[in-house]
Design a protein around this ligand. Sequence first.
Ligand SMILES: [Fe+2]
Ligand SMILES: [Fe+2]
Length: 239
Amino acid sequence: MKIGVISDIHNNIIALDRVLDYFEENNCKYIICCGDIIGIGPHPEETVRRLMLLSNLICVRGNHEDYLSCTMDNMPFPAKMKPGEAMYHRWEHSMLSEESKSFLYQLPRERSITISGTHIYAVHYSIGSSNTYNTPEKNLTLCQCEHMFSNIDADVVLFGHSHKNSVHQNEKTLYINIGSLGCPSKSKNMARAGMLNLTEGKAVFENVELAYDVSAVINEIDRLNYPANNEVKQIFYGL
Ligand SMILES: [Fe+2]
Ligand SMILES: [Fe+2]
């Protein structure tokens, strides 16, 4: 059985469509998403709507879904967040329908599921003692994965947040950081995702990198001219 895995879509509906079509071609029975559906990119409502239509979606929230509380519940944005970034979040939240906001708001922080005898744990990133996500490591080692998820008993641990994909395995657990689907960074024109193949109680991971038209996304960022879009293009699209 194949399972499509994605993370950090970041409002990039063009890359998401490319990956979901690929999962359909490969008969993925489920799709697991590790959060950061919104944030950064140009198409919040379209991206959330596309995910909401999936009947086979298993999804957790990320820090960008947590920021919804800042506009929905009048909570303060994190103190370290730059004013332009907070302006961006206000803009993107204003683009979301009530239905989409409700969908994002009710997402759990973690999911543990057993599929074909394989115990899978999905989370945006490891959660620290203050109940916030730990600072993401760009170059994770197996030892760091074991430490980060030392309290998790699973065959497969799926996560994202750092936007850098990695795969590590010990005798018990496969640790997979899926990387970012929607932020190509300097590896231009590529949407990143993965597929888990579960056969006879064994999980095998396959990296998925699919070319798509990033310039169409940049054109949309320019057309919408939303807050902090120049920083977005520079930091997350490698321009
Ligand atoms: Fe992210
Ligand atoms: Fe994140």
